[in-house]
Design a protein around this ligand. Structure first.
Ligand code: 13P
Length: 287
């Protein structure tokens, strides 16, 4: 079932669980995440960054692939296709390409420009039936070449952006993309509480889901996080399983070099990892 993320995230917030957002890179990634969602009876958000969209041949290819797989794999759980950290132009392209959701990352602009651009995109998204996520305060780490410092968002700015009618809000609370450094201070729950209070209960997004300890994930959900973004974890699981296959010399046995065999362990590793995340986030069994 191809849907936007508004209802699934509202229901998650009411039910005190979170929906996993998993970045996709190719056909195998997409199949693996859809399979995990169906087997876990969990709603799911598939997401493409602008870089991954380009890699896959453009946003129209991504949208066509996801919609066709939902049909051919008989996927019955709710699936949203979301643009991750979109530019203004990228958001417009995804609306035209048939995505069901966009994220406008205006965190690099000053608050007035972020508001102005977000506001136009809220209208464009909603007229076309898409949901929209906005961001306040850059999320640290590197995401398609954008580097931040693990900032914390200003709760009053979060309120200003939430008032524009966005469906879900990403606010920096000390989280960063990629692996966390050994001296990471952890999530700033006081900031999360202030953001949630200032924004009148809008569902919140936790970026940088890789490497956050389980107890912090659960606490974040209890404080209003309804969408958790995971990317690096799937990449690590895929690379690890693929390395083991090659190090065991399996690509040299018989037709082990066939890409359908070579990519199978990595794909299976993503299925397992995504299922574990769905259990941890509490979304398993909710569809
Ligand atoms: P990780 O790569 O740290 O899991 O973060 C993913 C993310 O936040 C995508 O927007």
């Amino acid at each position: 079932m191809y849907v936007n993320l508004k209802d699934m995230c509202r229901q998650a917030k009411e039910g005190h669980y979170a929906i996993g957002h998993f970045n996709i890179n190719n056909l195998e990634w997409t199949q693996a995440i859809l399979q995990a969602a169906e087997e876990s009876r969990s709603p799911v958000i598939l997401s493409s960054s602008e870089g991954a969209g380009k890699y896959m041949g453009g946003f129209p290819v991504v949208a066509a692939m996801v919609k066709a797989l939902i049909e051919t794999m008989n996927i019955t759980v709710p699936v949203a296709l979301h643009l991750d950290h979109g530019t203004y132009d990228g958001c417009l392209k995804c609306i035209r390409a048939g995505f069901s959701s966009i994220m406008f990352d205006g965190s690099k602009y000053d608050i007035e420009e972020n508001k102005q651009k977000t506001s136009i995109l809220v209208n464009a998204a909603h007229i076309n039936g898409l949901s929209i996520e906005a961001e306040v305060g850059a999320i640290g780490g590197e995401e398609d070449g954008v580097i931040g410092m693990g900032e914390c968002a200003d709760p009053s700015q979060c309120a200003e952006i939430a008032e524009l009618g966005v469906d879900i809000l990403a606010a920096g609370i000390g989280n960063i993309h990629g692996k966390y450094p050994a001296n990471w201070a952890g999530l700033q729950f006081d900031v999360l509480e202030k953001v949630q209070k200032a924004t009148g209960g809008i569902p919140l997004v936790l970026h940088g889901g890789t490497g956050i300890p389980d107890d912090q994930i659960k606490k974040a959900i209890s404080l209003g996080v309804s969408k958790i973004n995971v990317n690096t974890d799937c990449q690590l699981a895929f690379a690890d399983a693929t390395r083991k296959y090659i190090e065991a010399g399996k690509d040299l046995e018989g037709k082990g070099f066939d890409p359908r065999k070579l990519l199978a362990p990595g794909k299976a590793a993503i299925v397992e990892l995504v299922k574990q995340k769905m259990e941890l986030f509490g979304s398993a069994g909710k569809a």
